[in-house]
Design a protein around this ligand. Structure first.
Ligand SMILES: [Zn+2]
Length: 80
C-alpha cells in the first residue's frame, strides 16, 4: 500500500492495523469474503500487508467510512 499513508499506533513488533485512521481490509474475490489486515513497514518504503488469517496481500484498501465493509472472514473475526 501507499507508504505515504500514516500508520496508527504500532504494536510490539512494529505492526499497525490502521492507516490514515482507517481500518485495512482486503476483499478476497476467490473466497468471496472480506478480511481484516495488518501491516508493517519492514524497511523505509517497504510496507507489507497481510490478513489476520495470515494471507499476504498487496490489494488491501481502506474502507471510508470504516464501517462500509464488514469483515466476513470467520478466521479474521476469530482473531479480532
Ligand atoms: Zn481472513
Amino acid at each position: 500500500m501507499n507508504p505515504q499513508q500514516l500508520p496508527g499506533p504500532l504494536g510490539p513488533n512494529g505492526e499497525f492495523n490502521t492507516l490514515n485512521g482507517l481500518p485495512i481490509h482486503w476483499r478476497d474475490k476467490k473466497r468471496g469474503v472480506t478480511h481484516k489486515c495488518e501491516g508493517a513497514d519492514v524497511q523505509p518504503g517497504v510496507r507489507l500487508i497481510w490478513t489476520l488469517c495470515e494471507i499476504d496481500t498487496n490489494a488491501a484498501y481502506l474502507p471510508d467510512p470504516p464501517d462500509a465493509d464488514p469483515i466476513t472472514c470467520d478466521a479474521c473475526k476469530a482473531r479480532t
